[in-house]
Design a protein around this ligand. Structure first.
Ligand code: 3HC
Length: 283
């Protein structure tokens, strides 16, 4: 995977713009595609803010920041984004039909040689690949928020994913650089399955009045050395994202993943966490 490889990132949201940033910082040419102009503008602002923070901490120079920004193109045309791409990563909302339809369009528009990655948190890579001409080139490339900071890349092997695709995914991880783990295509993989279990239990504890949100978080931060408690983390990830993962795992794995009513109620009220200004905390 050479420096000149073009990476297409589909979706300019929290994960999409973070993925675009790390790819551009690694030297790749990046094209972010999102049909919403407002989402593209927010994505660009997110990248700029993150890079400014790095400049402020002397982790990069202002000139390097400008180079990284200059390597990312933003647009609404899917065909233009995936044209000539060596790697395509979809990072659109966690709805199987949305991701499947998009990947099917990419399958027709991107070069046959392109590696196709899905940043799904929990959906089946095998199912996402079921309508592709060549499902052997689809792999889960699961990033973590904030993408520029988190070291892990969870690489998910679908039933039809080829060994060559896994090798390319590992080489891509090394370039970013991220530390990969390779997991089987099981609901919630390794990370989301454990992550939402803790998050959901914390919400149930809040419902039951065990302690305040702050103290439930402190329990894990000070008692278990988690960098951030499970409720604050749910705010960071997005309550809607966590609810979608829980609903999926509830269907696929069982009762232990039934979403707490409080979470569903908050999502219905538009309290989605950091991105909407309010979740378990005010932001
Ligand atoms: N861009 C660039 N740098 C950033 C950044 C960003 N968006 N966010 C934080 N940083 C940097 C800071 O500048 C700081 O740098 P320094 O070490 O040089 O001072 C460093 O990261 C630590 O940040 P802060 O000092 O502001 O605060 P913390 O020490 O509390 O760290 C945190 C913030 C990295 C977010 C930390 O709290 C953390 O690791 N939280 C847990 C995050 C987590 O679990 N993410 C996974 C969520 S699940 C997911 O994403 C999967 C998906 O499918 C849903």
């Amino acid at each position: 995977m050479s420096e000149s490889t073009k990476v297409a990132v589909l979706g300019a949201g929290t994960m999409g713009h973070g993925i675009a940033q790390v790819c551009a910082a690694a030297g790749f040419t990046v094209h972010v595609s999102d049909p919403s102009e407002a989402a593209r503008a927010r994505g660009l602002e997110g990248v700029r803010a993150s890079l400014d923070r790095m400049v402020g901490k002397a982790k990069m120079t202002a000139a390097q920041r400008d180079e990284v920004l200059g390597r990312i193109a933003w647009g609404g045309d899917l065909g233009a984004a995936v044209e000539d791409a060596g790697v395509v990563i979809e990072a659109v909302p966690e709805r199987i039909e949305l991701k499947r339809d998009l990947l099917q369009r990419v399958d027709a528009l991107a070069p046959d040689s392109a590696l196709l990655g899905s940043n799904t948190s929990s959906l089946s890579i095998t199912e996402l690949g079921s309508t592709l001409r060549d499902a052997s080139r689809l792999v889960g490339l699961h990033f973590f928020n904030p993408v520029p900071v988190m070291e892990l890349l969870e690489v998910v092997r679908g039933v039809r994913t080829s060994e060559a695709t896994i090798d390319r995914a590992l080489a891509f991880a090394a370039r970013l650089p991220k530390t990969p783990i390779v997991v089987r295509d099981m609901p919630g993989f390794a990370t989301s399955r454990l992550g939402v279990a803790l998050g959901a239990e914390a919400i149930r504890m809040l419902e039951q009045g065990v302690a305040s949100a702050e103290d439930i978080d402190r329990a894990m931060e000070l008692g278990y050395r988690h960098p951030m408690g499970p409720l604050r983390l749910t705010d960071l990830v997005g309550l809607d994202v966590r609810l979608a993962i829980l609903d999926h795992l509830h269907r696929e794995v069982g009762e232990q993943f039934r979403a707490p009513p409080l979470l569903r109620q908050m999502v219905r009220a538009g309290k989605l966490g950091k991105k909407s200004g309010e979740g378990f905390y005010k932001w």
